[in-house]
Every structure is written in structure tokens, then in C-alpha cells.
Write a protein that binds this ligand. Sequence first.
Ligand SMILES: Cc1cc2nc3c(=O)[nH]c(=O)nc-3n(C[C@H](O)[C@H](O)[C@H](O)COP(=O)(O)O)c2cc1C
Length: 441
Amino acid sequence: MRDFIQRIRHRGQLAVVERSVDPKFELAAVTKAVQKAGEKAVLFEQVAGSDMTVVSNLYGSHARLCEIIGGTRNTFCQRWWSLMDSPLPFASASVNVAFPQDRISGRLSDLPAITYHGEDGGSYITSAIFLAREPDTGVPNLSFHRSMFIDDGELRIRLGTRHDLTRYQAKAEARNEPLEAALLIGTPPEVFLGACASPPYDVSELDMAAKIAGQPLPMMPCRSIALDVPAATEIVVEGRILPNVRRPEGPFGEFMGYYVPVSDNHVFEVLDVHWRLEPLYHALLCGSPEDLRPLEAVTAARIYKHVSNLVPGVLDVSCRPNVMITIIRLRKQYEGHGRHALLSAVGAHLDYNKVCIVVDEDVDIYNLDEVMWAFMTRGRADTRATIIPDVPGFYRDLHKDHWGRLLLDATSPWGRESEFVRKRVPGEESIRLEDYLRAGT
Ligand SMILES: Cc1cc2nc3c(=O)[nH]c(=O)nc-3n(C[C@H](O)[C@H](O)[C@H](O)COP(=O)(O)O)c2cc1C
């Protein structure tokens, strides 16, 4: 993560806050303001109540995510699969290193106690990646789970209903055993991206991280549990999820933009906390671009793969500006091609893609204004919009608010493509306004 921050800093993409900020609301408010102003990451040099430097919005930029996987702008989906479909280029995804002697031991309460939203039930760790192993096979999994600070010995965590960690924990719990896990705060970017993805149950997300890194990951042993974790992790919290114990957690301002109420959730017993010299704490504002861009990117990659397997001509997929939408960029080859792409997208992810839109190849699918312009100008509303009722969607175990699907075919009418060639002003792309405007205007 440090190398990545250095690269961002050299390019002028790192905003630095020198003055002291309050971890309760002020840090989140400043992060939000930085995100409104652009895509810069932000570094807080002084956060009241902690000696740690805090960094945020590192991953709140699609361009930076493309860069992490070695792709160029808007090639995330293709590049992702060219990495993931290749076998590991080395014998093992990891190399073992000794526990570094210069790591510092501390307490959970030494970490910045960040409270993000007005009604949050307390301070939360939101960027932590849980590393655990499948109880029977030992396959490692990386996943995010918000964690509410209770005291130095306890976090309350939300596992979710369908995550791999939830299944691991249920298996351990059926045997009345705790599940060992480590919370990784501030990992190398490839570990962060590996954690965002949801590959099939038996796929190692550490293998995925190593494929992104292009080299085996150095792993160090934990001190209190039988797990190895990426040695470059800034802060590690070791512990275990207790079996058959649930305690109140929440409310919490979640990625959809609302609060989820208090509910009885899992309890994580903290056994050890340690960090690198001069650690960097990663703060992640839930529902902000730093939460959404990575989730959108890996979800789009998954849908891209599924739709491309069924339909020719799929150039790219985006799930922006919110992971509930799927936008497909298509090189149309036959009448009804767009509808084929839409129908295959519906089955590509059972939680998301509540709205699926297909556009021609001249539309920027990372810009919803452009996508809606295509729908407004390229076809009838009555025959180009399809509602599929009664399909379960996100949060289906709680309510039906996200049931159903809306499909929009925003491609040009078949056989009339020449009428939909976009007008342009010759030379418009190369205009540099500073060559024309009076200075200061
Ligand atoms: C930055 C980020 C934060 C996330 N935080 C949470 C969270 O707090 N709780 C949750 O249930 N899911 C969260 N998710 C969604 C998934 O848990 C996440 O993508 C998960 O790592 C998928 O892992 P799995 O499919 O291997 O179980 C988050 C996703 C991202 C990208």
C-alpha cells in the first residue's frame, strides 16, 4: 500500500490534511468533501486520540483500479479475466517470511476510533479484510465485514447471509468451535482487490491476489492463531469468531445510503493486535466512491464474463454509479442482439443488476448521462423497456424492495445505424481552452 500511495502522491493525486481532525464525523466529512471535488486520495496526518496516520479514498477511482491490475482506462473487465484465467505463473501463491521483529504490539483502542455517520452505533473499522480458512479444505478467503468497536477484547461484526466467511463460520459453529480469522487493515492493493471479488467457493482469493501482483505474496505467521497473513499489512487484528454468540451491532450507515438498524450479529474475540512502524490506517467511507468503485469493477467483470460466454460482441460492462445497475457496451451484430445481451445479464448476478441497459459501442458506459441519452434518442420506450416482475433481488431475506428487473435496450434500431451516427464538431477533441480564454476567466 505504501508504494501505491507514493505513486499517487508523485502524480499529485494525494490530498494531505495537516491539521488535526476529529475521528467522530469530521474525518468522514472531509473525506466526503475530497471525494466531491475529484478522485484524489486523502491522507490525514493528525487524527485526535491516535498516533496513526489515516489514509482514505485510495481506491475511489476506476482509473486507479485499472492501473492496479495493469490495464489501461476502461479495460478492467478484459484485463481482470486475462489475469484470472491464466494459471498461477509460480509454484505457490505465497512465500513464508518470519514475523518481522520491528512490528509493534498494541491494543485495539490505539487505532483511530472513527465514527462515520450521525446515527452509527459507535466507531467502526470498515476497511478490514477478514482472512480465514475453510474449516475442512483450508482454502483461504478474503472478505470485508464492517466491525463495531466494543472494547479492546471485542468487535461486533456483520457477516452477511451469503458470504464465504458466513459459511465457514456456520460450519465451525455446527461443531461448537470458534473460527479463527485475522482482520487486515491496510493491505497491498492486490489483496484489497482480491478481497472485493466473489469467486466460486473453492477458489483461493490469495491466489487471485498473487496473480494481480504478478509475484507470490510474502506471508508472515500470526502470533495467536494458526493463520498466515500478508506480511506487508499495516495493521493486523488476530482473533476468532465465537460460536453460538450474537450481540447487538448497529445502527450503521451502509453502502445503499441508509442506516441498517441494530441487529444481533457475530462477536469477534480479539487476541492480538500489531502493526508496522509508523502504520497507516485505512479508513473507508461506506457507500462512497471508495466502497462502490471496487465493488462495481469486480461485479462488472463477473457479469462481463457471463454475458460474453453467451452473446458475441460484448465490449465492456460497467456497474456505475451503483452496483445495482449493469450497463453493457455491445457491437451489435443482428436484430434482437441487445435483448439477448440483456436476458443473459439478468442471470449473471442474482443480487445486483436490478436495472440492465445495453448500448452501442459509441456510448461511454461510465457516464450515466450518456447512457440515458442513448435510451432517450435511440428507440421506442414501449418496446425497448421490459419489466421482469417477481424476481428476488438484494436483501431478499429481509424485504422485497429490490425484487424485479428492468431491462432497457438503448441500442440504435437495427438496419438504421447510419441515421444514428453521432454528430461532432471537427477538431473538438484537441481544443485546449487555455489557448483561447483570457487568463483568469
Ligand atoms: C470496500 C468494500 C467493503 C465492503 N464491506 C462489506 C461489509 O461491511 N459487510 C458485508 O457484508 N459486505 C461488504 N462488502 C461486500 C462483500 O462482503 C465483499 O465484496 C466480500 O469481500 C465478498 O467476499 P466473498 O464472496 O469471498 O465472501 C464490501 C465490499 C467492498 C468492496
